[in-house]
Write a protein of this length. Structure first.
Length: 294
């Protein structure tokens, strides 16, 4: 039976994650703490791994029970520690980050949602997807086997996924978004599934960016990472899934490059107050129009 084997939260967007045994669902259908904070440049843009590879050099250690976070620059003795829930109100931290990046940096807290890439809605249907991302345990092992010097944990770190699923075949998580020929002809469909007693809706397979190709500590790009990934993903794509749906519910056609992995979800606000935990069983209920997932 498919079940949760690992949960990782990323309190600060693009920075290190922290593993937890369970996590409550907050309002707006988000996991508490996940992507609650983010770094911003002077022009209001995210400072993340996609735009600035220096982000990879910042490692964070988070203790949720102690409400603490420590920032450390890789391979240096430069550190900064403070209370987690005050990082958006710390001129000292912003000065420390500004000195490192060489440009003005601010830290902001998401007030109503979170700072996931799909928090603002998924085009062309503007349905927000602030829920966790999912990947299979054996999927991570399979992808790691494509590279001589990476293991499953290294792939997990590069993908920055929230929930790992155990006891299923590689790429089983592709069942959590709608990937039939009918979906391709009529986009706007999701897959309803439960994690324990929490309802989720699988929205789409996540298109990947440059970040997985980089060393998560140094930012150094691994040669041919993306090329090998797309070749092997195409070769190993499940026979029961329709590759043409990889770009469904987005303004892009994904079937050509196969550079997709992990499933983006949304949790309806009515699930607020519940929690998901390691060991929770995952059950697929069926397809549902995205406009009915509120």
């Amino acid at each position: 039976m498919a079940a949760v084997s690992r949960i990782r939260l990323y309190p600060v967007k693009s920075l290190s994650g922290v593993d937890v045994d369970s996590v409550p669902i907050s309002d707006s259908g988000r996991m508490r703490y996940d992507r609650e904070y983010a770094l911003f440049s002077e022009d209001g843009a995210y400072v993340n791994g996609r735009q600035n590879k220096l982000v990879h050099k910042i490692n964070t250690t988070v203790d949720l029970s102690a409400n603490s976070i420590e920032f450390e620059i890789h391979d240096t003795e430069r550190t900064f520690s403070c209370e987690l829930d005050r990082i958006d109100n710390s001129p000292e931290l912003e000065e420390w980050l500004t000195n490192f990046f060489g440009e003005p940096i601010t830290v902001e807290q998401a007030k109503q949602s979170n700072f996931t890439d799909s928090a603002g809605g998924i085009a062309p249907i503007r349905v927000t997807a602030t829920g966790p991302t999912f990947v299979g345990e054996k999927t991570l092992a399979e992808v790691a086997s494509w590279y001589d010097d990476l293991d499953a944990d290294a792939i997990f770190r590069r993908l920055r996924t929230n929930v790992v699923i155990g006891d299923v075949e590689p790429f089983w998580e592709d069942k959590l978004y709608s990937n039939t020929p009918a979906t391709r002809r009529n986009p706007g469909t999701g897959v309803e599934f439960t994690v324990g007693n929490v309802t989720h809706y699988g929205i789409m397979c996540k298109p990947r960016c440059v970040v997985p190709s980089r060393n998560p500590e140094t930012g150094e790009r691994k040669a041919n990472f993306t090329k090998k990934f797309t070749e092997k993903r195409k070769e190993r794509f499940p026979e029961w899934a329709d590759a043409e749906t990889l770009g469904t519910n987005m303004d892009r056609d994904g079937a050509e490059d196969y550079y997709y992995l992990t499933v983006v979800t949304r949790i309806p606000s009515r699930e607020s107050g519940k929690e998901i935990a390691v060991g929770d069983e995952i059950s697929i209920e069926g397809e549902v129009p995205l406009l009915q997932t509120h």
